[in-house]
Design a protein around this ligand. Structure first.
Ligand SMILES: [Zn+2]
Ligand SMILES: [Zn+2]
Length: 579
């Protein structure tokens, strides 16, 4: 958008809000405000309301993240097409700054200098000016810096940033809402890593069925958050969004949508195996689905399950399409069919309250668990060694039990007394046995001394697991997605000890943790070790981590029967009771 527009529509308003948010971010120093604009933009993009609602502050304020001030901004944008903050930011910041700022080494200051000296306002112009030597001629742009920028440009064109799953989902759902509203679109679904529930996403992938695919692609490249069109074909496009996310959209005819979705979802290894199997059966598998060699005819398939059936395979859920031996297991009939699902979960495990570092009280957490229809909720605050997290000393623990007893009178959900007990450096647990003996649920986790060598760490864990009160191993290997590697230990040996001591492994649904990883889960399954799928919730909102935890378990092929918190209250208590 530019110039004076009158009566903006929903997407144009969202685009203006997005631009304000992004420009505030580039300018620096107003992170909270920038985020508020981005949130409001996203809320509008996925809002299915009549255009009149855009002029109604009350309706707008019902959207997540839109308060009175932002509602007024939207109403004014709708009426006048103008926003003074946006106009000021555009004036103060160099043209094209949002795009240029994403190229590594292009700081705001350098963008300003190149704009004044050479008038560069797009990535394409920057690329040309780097290649023909004009950038090198600008004062302050030495040989090394120019090379770095050129490397940065190459990187920018081929790689997206690594998005954590919730971020990728937000971008994906925003685009999905936009695409579903385009004329001629019959179906659209997220695919690729998001659909496989991978912990990180390089490319937000989507499959779209349309009456006229080429026309729909032409519309999609005008999605407001797009800052660069990397590739534009008749049957798809690759785009870069304002916040750096890469997007790949594949568009095909309605009749072959199942094939397109299958093709756009699986990891490459999974797809390659299916192609091989198809050839053995006299068919070709590609983005149109299956085609018979003999007749050249496309096999009509109403969904992915029908395509798998044609290949002689059971339906393989998206979370399993990683090329981790799932096709062989399916052929051999050993692929688990009763994967754990979110509806199977009966109790919320691993929840913090304001007794340690949680945000909400026991009563608030319990009432929220009631609203979700949960049968039990484990209150597992930190133990004293986690002093930075306000770990609960024994005297306060007694107080917490009294509070749990009081709240229990008010709610349906059964409240279980628990702890997330630190595993100390020598493998002992942070509370004395007489305290541990009085708890219903003990999750034991490592929160300090991550950097022991493998020998020490293995001994620490094996020692801890021999403790009769060690029942659930919390966020097992301690990694943070894309930020901190797992602890070093001999995992197989620790898993053997866990199996021997009848320890359950927690699958932590915090999207920053998603621990333990699927290949280790399969190793644990082979040893008969059970699991709990946890939220590690530090607030009511984080009960939603359950969905991520369940996806993580499905990626590790974990079944309902292997998941302790798919059990009812009495059976769960018995399974985790300290002995
Ligand atoms: Zn923890
Ligand atoms: Zn925790």
């Amino acid at each position: 958008m530019g110039g004076v527009l009158v009566m903006l529509d929903r997407i144009a308003i969202a685009s203006a809000l997005r631009e304000i948010g992004a420009l505030l971010t580039v300018q620096g120093g107003a992170r909270f405000r920038a985020r508020a604009y981005a949130t409001a933009a996203r809320a509008l993009e996925s809002w299915n309301a009549k255009p009149e609602a855009l002029s109604d502050p009350t309706a707008l304020m019902a959207l997540p993240g839109i308060g009175r001030a932002l509602a007024q901004v939207i109403v004014r944008l709708r009426r006048t097409g103008r926003n003074s903050l946006l106009e000021r930011l555009r004036q103060e910041l160099p043209k094209g700054v949002l795009q240029l700022r994403q190229v590594p080494h292009m700081t705001l200051r350098r963008i300003r200098i190149l704009q004044e000296a050479l008038g560069i306002a797009t990535v394409a112009e920057l690329k040309t000016a780097c290649a023909d030597g004009r950038v090198r001629a600008v004062k302050g742009f030495g040989e090394k810096l120019v090379q770095n920028i050129r490397d940065g440009l190459a990187k920018w064109e081929t790689e997206g940033g690594l998005l954590l799953l919730p971020h990728a989902e937000r971008e994906g759902h925003g685009l999905l809402a936009f695409v579903r509203n385009l004329p001629g679109v019959r179906d659209a679904a997220l695919a690729g890593e998001i659909r496989r529930r991978a912990e990180t996403t390089k490319v937000v992938a989507m499959a779209v069925a349309a009456v006229d695919p080429e026309r729909v692609v032409d519309d999609i490249v005008h999605y407001p958050p797009v800052v660069a069109v990397i590739e534009h074909r008749a049957d798809g496009c690759i785009l870069r969004l304002a916040d750096g996310a890469m997007v790949r959209v594949d568009v095909g005819p309605v009749q072959t949508f199942a094939g397109l979705l299958l093709w756009a979802t699986g990891a490459a290894v999974h797809g390659d195996r299916l192609v091989e199997i198809a050839r053995h059966r006299g068919m070709e598998l590609d983005r149109r689905g299956l085609t018979r060699h003999a007749s050249g005819r496309t096999v009509v398939a109403e969904d992915e399950a029908a395509l798998y059936r044609q290949l002689g395979l059971p339906f393989i859920p998206p979370e399993m399409r990683e090329g981790a031996g799932e096709v062989e297991a399916a052929l051999a009939g050993t692929l688990p069919t009763d994967l754990i699902g979110e509806d199977d979960i009966q109790g919320l495990v691993h929840c913090h309250t304001d007794y340690s570092d949680g945000m909400h009280s026991i009563e608030q957490m319990a009432r929220a668990a009631d609203d979700l229809g949960m049968k039990y909720l484990t209150i597992t605050d930190h133990s004293p060694t986690a002093h930075y997290a306000n770990g609960v000393a024994p005297d306060r623990l007694q107080k917490q039990w009294d509070e749990i007893a009081r709240v229990q009178e008010l709610v349906q959900v059964t409240l279980l007394r628990g702890t997330e007990c630190d595993i100390l450096a020598d493998g002992s647990l942070d509370y004395d046995d007489d305290i541990l003996a009085r708890l219903d649920v003990i999750i034991a986790s490592i929160h300090n001394r991550y950097k022991m060598d493998a020998e020490q760490m293995t001994r620490r864990l094996v020692t801890a697991m021999r403790h009769p009160f060690f029942k659930i191993w919390g966020h097992a290997l301690g990694r943070f997605v894309a930020r901190r590697p797992p602890i070093e230990c001999r995992v197989e040996e620790v898993l053997d000890a866990a199996a021997e001591s009848r320890v359950a492994i927690e699958l932590n649904g915090d999207p920053h943790r998603l621990d333990m990883e699927p290949h280790w889960q399969r190793q644990a399954r082979a040893r008969g070790i059970p699991f709990v799928v946890s939220t590690d919730a530090h607030s009511i909102g984080q009960f939603a981590n359950l969905g991520y935890g369940v996806s993580l378990a499905r990626r590790g092929w974990v079944t309902r029967g292997e998941t302790l918190n798919a059990l009812g209250t009495a059976a769960f208590r018995a399974a985790v009771r300290p002995v």
